[in-house]
Design a protein around this ligand. Structure first.
Ligand code: NAD
Ligand SMILES: O=C(O)C(=O)C[C@@H](O)[C@H](O)[C@H](O)COP(=O)(O)O
Ligand code: ZN
Length: 370
C-alpha cells in the first residue's frame, strides 16, 4: 500500500447520545495507546480473534496494551463464517467466566465481521451487557460491520437470526492490516462500499467507478477515502435509525437475496460480500422491471461489480423456490409480506413491500446462473 503511513489519523463520530463513539482511521493505529486505552471500561480485557488473524496482529495489540496494569486474556477461535454460531459465543462466555471477569470488563474484537459480530453479541449478553471495542481487520469490517452495533450469529435456517443491537465504545481502523488480506476478501469488502454509492451517494459511486483499480491495488489515498466515506454514510444512517425502524433498512440492499445464497450454499462457500454483490444485481434488475432504472443503469451496476471481481450471476444449483423459501424468513418482512430494498435511481434506494411474487419468481428463474 502506498503513502498511507504519511496520512494523519482521521476521526468520525457515531452520534447516539450517551452511547456515541468515535471511529478512528489511521495507518499503524493498532500501535497507538492514545486511540485505544481511553475506551477500556476497567482493568479486565478479553481479546477475541481467530487462528488466521492472531499470528499477524495479536502480539502488536498486546504490546499496545502492555504496561497499563491490565489483566489481559484472549480467546482464539477457528476461522470462517461457519464458526459464526452460538457455540463460538459460548466459548467466549466460558473464557470470561473462567477468568472471573466482571461487568467492568472490556471485550476487544480483533478481526473481520465474523469476529466482530460474535464478540459484540458476547458483550451484549455477558452479565447482561459489558463494554466492547471493534478493531476491524478486513475491508468489509472497516467500512461496515464494525459500525452500527448489529451483533449476532447465524442459524442454519438463516443469516444473523440470533443477535442484539449493542454499540461498541470505539472503532479503531488500522488500514495497514489490509496488506495481509487476500484479494478475494478485499473484493468482498468492495461490495459493501459499492452498496453505499448505490443507495446513498451517486457522486461516490462515480468516484468508485474511476478508482476501483486503485482500490484493488490498495492505493493508500483511495483506500482511505473509500473507508472514510463509507463510514460517514453508515454513521449518518445509524444515528438516524439505530434499530432499523426505517431508513437503516436501506443498508440491506441486495441482502435479502444474498443471505438466501449464503445459507443455501452453506456458510462460507459464498463470502458475504460476494452474495451481496449478486443480490445487488438482482435488486437492480427488479428495479429496472419497475421502470425506475434504464438498461444502461443495469449495465453500469454490472460493470462496477465485475470491476471489483464480484459475481453478477446466481449459484447454478439454486432454484427460484430455493430463493423464495429463504427470503420468506428475512428479518425485514412484516406479516407475510416480503420487504425488499430497491433502487429508485442510482444513488437513491427505497424499501418496498409490493413486489409481485409471480413476477419475482420469473425474475429469479430467468436470472443468469454460473
Ligand atoms: N454487523 C454488521 O453490520 C455487518 C455488516 C456487514 C457484514 N456483517 C457480517 O460480517 C461477516 C463477514 O465479514 P468479513 O468479510 O470481514 O469476513 P471474515 O470475518 O470471515 O474475514 C474474512 C477472512 O479474512 C481473514 N482475515 C481477517 N482479517 C485479515 C487480515 N488483516 N489479514 C489476513 N486475513 C484476514 C479472516 O480470518 C477470514 O478468513 C458476515 O458474517 C456478515 O454477515 C455484519
Ligand atoms: O448495518 C446494517 O443495518 C446492515 O444492514 C449492514 C449489512 O451490510 C450487514 O450485512 C448486516 O449484518 C445485515 O443485517 P441483517 O439485519 O440483515 O442481518
Ligand atoms: Zn452486509
Amino acid at each position: 500500500m502506498s503513502s498511507v503511513s504519511s496520512l494523519p489519523v482521521e476521526s468520525l463520530n457515531v452520534s447516539l447520545g450517551d452511547r456515541s463513539y468515535p471511529i478512528h482511521v489511521g495507518a499503524g493505529i493498532l500501535s497507538s495507546r492514545e486511540h485505544l486505552l481511553p475506551y477500556l471500561a476497567g482493568r479486565q480485557v478479553m481479546i477475541v480473534t481467530n487462528e488466521v488473524i492472531a499470528p499477524h496482529y495479536l502480539a502488536a495489540l498486546k504490546e499496545t496494551l502492555a504496561g497499563a496494569e491490565l489483566e489481559i486474556r484472549e480467546v482464539i477461535l477457528p476461522d470462517g463464517e461457519a464458526t459464526k454460531s452460538l457455540a463460538s459465543v459460548e466459548r467466549i462466555w466460558d473464557a470470561l467466566l473462567a477468568a472471573g471477569f466482571n461487568r467492568r470488563c472490556t471485550l476487544i474484537a480483533l478481526g473481520g465481521g465474523v469476529i466482530g459480530d460474535m464478540t459484540g453479541y458476547a458483550a451484549a449478553s455477558y452479565q447482561r451487557g459489558v463494554a466492547f471495542i471493534q478493531i476491524p481487520t478486513t475491508l468489509l469490517a472497516q467500512v461496515d460491520s464494525s459500525v452500527g452495533g448489529k451483533t449476532g450469529v447465524n442459524h442454519p435456517r438463516g443469516k444473523n437470526m440470533i443477535g442484539a443491537f449493542w454499540q461498541p465504545r470505539a472503532v479503531i481502523v488500522d488500514t495497514d492490516t489490509l496488506r495481509t488480506l487476500p484479494a478475494r476478501e478485499l473484493s468482498a469488502g468492495l461490495a459493501e462500499v459499492i452498496k453505499y454509492g448505490l443507495i446513498w451517494d451517486l457522486s461516490f459511486l462515480e468516484w468508485l467507478e474511476g478508482e476501483l483499480a486503485a482500490l484493488r491495488a490498495l492505493e493508500g489515498a483511495a483506500i482511505r477515502h473509500a473507508i472514510r466515506r463509507s463510514c460517514e454514510i453508515k454513521a449518518e444512517v445509524v444515528a438516524e435509525d439505530e434499530t432499523e425502524q426505517g431508513v437503516r433498512a436501506l443498508l440491506n440492499l441486495g441482502h435479502t437475496f444474498g443471505h438466501a445464497i449464503e445459507a443455501h450454499q452453506g456458510y462460507g462457500n459464498w463470502l458475504h460480500g460476494e452474495a451481496v454483490g449478486a443480490g445487488m444485481m438482482m435488486a437492480t434488475r427488479l428495479s429496472a422491471e419497475r421502470g425506475w432504472l434504464s438498461e444502461a443503469d443495469v449495465e453500469r451496476v454490472a460493470e462496477i461489480l465485475k470491476a471489483a471481481d464480484l459475481p453478477v450471476t446466481a449459484p447454478a444449483n439454486m432454484s427460484a423456490d430455493d430463493f423464495l423459501d429463504r427470503m420468506r424468513l428475512d428479518k425485514k418482512n412484516v406479516d407475510s409480506r416480503l420487504r425488499l430494498i430497491l433502487l429508485e435511481t442510482l444513488g437513491r434506494a427505497c424499501i418496498r413491500d409490493d413486489t409481485d411474487t409471480d413476477r419475482l419468481g420469473r425474475l429469479l428463474t430467468d436470472f443468469p446462473r454460473a
